[in-house]
Ligand binder design. Structure first.
Ligand SMILES: *[C@@H]1O[C@H](CO)[C@@H](O)[C@H](O)[C@H]1NC(C)=O
Ligand SMILES: *[C@@H]1O[C@H](CO)[C@@H](O)[C@H](O)[C@H]1NC(C)=O
Ligand SMILES: *[C@@H]1O[C@H](CO)[C@@H](O)[C@H](O)[C@H]1NC(C)=O
Length: 355
C-alpha cells in the first residue's frame, strides 16, 4: 500500500515537472514576479556578506548539487522556494536582495536571511541577520525602485498585484529564541500558548504591511516539525519517541493559530488571497522512509563542517545538515505546496497563480 502511494506520488511529481518544462518551453512564467521572505529555509545568499554572523552557508559542502555550486543556500541543492519558482515557470532563480540589479527586480527578489524571525531579537545569538521587519523595509525600497523604472505608479501597482509572495518564517522564534532559555527570557515570560499568540499578533501586522505594499497573492508557510530536526533531537533528546514532542507541541500551537490568521486576512482584505501551506501535513519526517540523521558532518551550530565530505546517496536523506532539508525533501515540499494532494495541504500555489 505504502509503495503504491509512493509510486503515485512520484508520478504526480513527474506530471508537475512536465508541466514545469512546458512552462519553460512557453518561456512565460505564470505570474510576472515572485518575492520571497523568510529565514535559512529560503535564503539564497543574503547572509554571505553580513559581518559577525555564524549563520552562513557560503562554503562547501553546501551547494554540492546546485548548478552554480556554493551560493549561500543552506542545503545541497535548491530550496523549496527555488523549486516553487521553477514550477511557476521562472527560467532563472530569483536573485537575493544583497546582489539584485535593476534589470532583475522586475521578476522578483529574495529577501530571506538565515537566522531571521518574526520577533526582532530572534536569532541574535547567531549574530547579524536581516529580520522580517527589515525584509519588509527592503521590499518597500524595491517597490520604489520598480516604480521609478516603470515610470507609471498605476502600472506598478497593477503589476505588483499579480505577483506571488512567499513567506516562510517563525522557526527561529522557537529554535533561536524560545528554546534557548539561557539566551532569551521569552520562555519565562510566556507559556507556549501565550507565545504562539504574541507571535501570531506580530505576524498579522507584518503580513498586513506586505498587503499595504501591494501584495495580493500571498503564500504563508506553517512551521515544520522542528522537534524532528536532527539538531533539536541531539540537543533535547526524545525520551524514546521519534521526535522531541514538547517542541512539536509548542509549534503546533503556532500552526493552529496561523490558519485562522490567514482566514482573517482573507476576510479583511477581500481583494487579496492569502494561502496557508500546512507544512506538517506535506512534510512529516517521521513517516519519510529516510534516516533522520544529517547527510553532512555537522558542527555544534548544526551547519555542515566546512569542506567536509557529505553522504554520497543524498537522495536518501531528508536532512542535509542538522536543520535544513535536502534538495529531494525540498522537491517534495515544493511539489505538494504547488499542487495540493489533500484538502489538508493547502489552497495551493498553482490555483493562486491563476487568480
Ligand atoms: C499607466 O498605466 C496604466 C495601467 O497599465 C495605463 O492604463 C495608463 O495608460 C498608463 N499611463 C501612462 C501615462 O502611460
Ligand atoms: C504533546 O501533546 C500530546 C497530545 O496533546 C500529549 O499527549 C503529550 O503529553 C505532549 N507531550 C509533551 C512532552 O508535552
Ligand atoms: C494540517 O495538517 C495536520 C497534520 O496532518 C492536521 O492535523 C491539521 O488539521 C491540518 N491543518 C489544517 C488547518 O488543515
Amino acid at each position: 500500500m505504502a509503495s503504491i502511494l509512493d509510486l503515485l506520488f512520484r508520478l504526480l511529481i513527474i506530471a508537475v515537472l512536465m508541466q514545469f518544462r512546458m512552462n519553460i518551453a512557453n518561456g512565460e512564467p505564470q505570474v510576472p514576479c515572485y518575492f520571497i521572505f523568510g529565514d535559512s529555509l529560503v535564503d539564497s545568499g543574503n547572509n554571505n556578506n553580513i559581518l559577525l554572523t555564524t549563520e552562513k552557508a557560503n562554503y562547501p559542502p553546501f551547494g554540492i548539487d546546485f548548478p552554480q555550486g556554493v551560493t549561500g543556500r543552506f542545503t545541497n541543492g535548491r530550496t523549496s522556494a527555488d523549486i516553487i519558482g521553477q514550477l511557476l515557470g521562472f527560467p532563472e532563480f530569483i536573485p537575493p536582495y544583497a546582489t539584485v540589479t535593476n534589470e532583475e527586480i522586475t521578476s522578483g527578489v529574495n529577501y530571506g536571511s538565515g537566522g531571521a524571525g518574526i520577533r526582532p531579537e530572534s536569532g541574535r545569538n547567531l549574530g547579524g541577520r536581516i529580520i522580517f521587519d527589515r525584509q519588509l523595509l527592503n521590499h518597500a525600497a524595491i517597490v520604489s525602485r520598480l516604480s521609478l523604472l516603470q515610470r507609471n505608479r498605476t502600472f506598478t501597482n497593477e503589476y505588483l498585484k499579480k505577483c506571488i509572495y512567499l513567506v516562510n518564517i517563525g522557526s527561529n522564534d522557537y529554535v533561536n529564541n524560545y528554546l534557548m532559555p539561557n539566551n532569551y527570557p521569552t520562555s519565562r515570560i510566556y507559556t507556549p500558548d501565550q507565545y504562539a499568540t504574541v507571535l501570531i499578533r506580530q505576524y498579522s501586522k507584518q503580513l498586513t504591511t506586505l498587503y499595504k505594499l501591494g501584495a495580493r497573492k500571498v503564500v504563508v508557510f506553517g512551521l515544520t516539525f522542528i522537534g524532528c530536526t536532527p539538531a533539536e533531537i541531539t540537543m533535547f533528546g526524545t525520551d524514546g519517541k521519534p521526535c522531541v514532542e514538547s517542541i512539536n507541541n509548542a509549534t503546533k500551537l503556532f500552526n493552529d493559530r496561523l490558519k485562522p490568521l490567514v482566514d482573517d486576512l482573507n476576510n479583511d482584505f477581500s481583494d487579496a488571497r492569502f494561502t496557508f501551506i500546512n507544512f506538517t501535513n506535506i512534510f512529516d519526517p517521521r513517516v519519510a522512509a529516510k534516516p533522520s540523521v544529517p547527510c553532512c558532518q555537522v558542527q555544534p551550530n548544526a551547519l555542515c563542517v566546512p569542506n567536509s565530505i557529505p553522504c554520497t546517496n543524498r537522495d536518501m536523506y531528508v536532512w542535509y545538515d542538522g536543520f535544513h532539508p535536502s534538495d529531494i525533501a525540498n522537491t517534495d515540499i515544493a511539489s505538494r505546496s504547488y499542487t495540493a494532494l489533500s484538502p489538508l495541504d493547502a489552497y495551493d500555489i498553482s490555483q493562486l497563480a491563476q487568480l
